[in-house]
Design a protein around this ligand. Structure first.
Ligand code: ADP
Length: 308
């Protein structure tokens, strides 16, 4: 195996499209490093530039400037080899309805010039839990099966990196979990995964590292936990024994009281929850239950896109 640290590395990538005679800057000095063996999420709202970057990787969009390497291979210097290192799973569920899963994988392997003896059609179908549908018409497959088949198509040439563009867009919630499981499995088998998503729950569930992109620029990159730590505001809920009037000492915690539930927000770097409880006790306020919640990626997202 070749020696490289980053599965994908992009430096100062710019891409401008001409749309109705207007210039649209889809990527502006865009940088990213995706570590080998990780699941890396590329997060951002619609129009942020995520698909443009994926298309640059896949050779479908030509960047105006900047450097991109895949598994240490510069995509401009060795386009063909770099393309072999990645398998891209597109967003759309477009599959030729009259081919069977086995035929589609064989066809794809042919396109990549994988010799017959090296093809792993049945192994891939088995892995994807599609072996029972091996010879069925693709049009009879459910949404989840189609999504898995598209992942299978991206795997035929045994790439080191799998890129998934919105892997669960338009997919039912129960199917979403099975696609997540599958992505985790192929990651455990050694593939580096890069996925775009605008479902924050998906990123929280799957990703080791995350880059947030907006208006063509990367705003922040880090481990999931690093990003979650950015949010220092915690919320605590006290279920009170009886109705109270809120003492002034709690005003700094933005108290909200509804149906005997007292909600307070505090900065975990400045206040310890014990301080709050002490204030409650000193005011003879009794509670039956206490719940705290950390911020989630949604909060990170709002915070970093606002501060841009
Ligand atoms: P995302 O995938 O994050 O939703 P895109 O990369 O698709 O964002 O789009 C980024 C910006 O580039 C948008 O303003 C979009 O309209 C524009 N864009 C993308 N592809 C093209 C294209 N082929 N022609 C013109 N504009 C494009």
């Amino acid at each position: 195996m070749s020696d490289y640290k980053y599965s994908i590395e992009a430096k100062n990538v710019n891409k401008t499209f001409l749309k109705k005679y207007q210039e649209v800057k889809a990527l502006i000095d865009f940088n990213i490093t995706i570590k080998r063996g990780t699941i890396h999420g590329l997060l951002g709202p619609n129009g942020a530039g995520k698909s443009t970057f994926i298309n640059v990787l896949g050779g479908l969009v030509k960047k105006n400037s900047g450097d991109v390497s895949i598994c240490g291979i510069d995509i401009d210097k060795n386009t063909k080899l770099s393309k072999f290192k990645i398998g891209i799973v597109p967003q759309e569920l477009n599959i030729d309805p009259f081919f069977s899963p086995a035929e589609l994988l064989e066809l794809q392997a042919g396109l990549y010039g994988v010799p017959k003896r090296k093809r792993k059609t049945d192994e891939i179908l088995e892995n994807l839990k599609l072996i029972d549908q091996r010879n069925a018409y693709a049009r009879t497959l459910s949404g989840g099966m189609r999504r898995r088949l598209l992942i299978g198509k991206a795997l035929v040439h045994d790439p080191e990196i799998i890129i998934l563009d919105e892997p669960t867009a338009g997919v039912d919630i129960d199917i979403r979990a099975s696609v997540w499981d599958y992505i985790k499995r192929i990651n455990k088998q050694g593939k580096t995964i890069c996925l775009t998503t605008h479902y924050l729950e998906e990123a929280e569930n799957l990703c080791d590292n995350i880059s947030i992109i907006n208006h063509g620029k990367k705003i922040i990159e880090g481990t999931k936990n690093e990003l979650l730590n950015i949010i220092s505001t915690k919320t605590v809920l006290f279920v009170l024994e009886r109705n109270i009037s809120v003492p002034n000492q709690l005003n700094e915690f933005k108290p909200v009281i509804t149906n005997n539930i007292l909600k307070l927000s505090y900065d975990k770097n400045k206040t310890n929850i014990k301080n709050i409880i002490d204030i409650l006790y000193s005011n003879q306020i009794k509670f039956k239950e206490i719940n705290t919640s950390e911020g989630d990626l949604e909060d990170v997202f709002i915070k970093v896109t606002k501060g841009e």
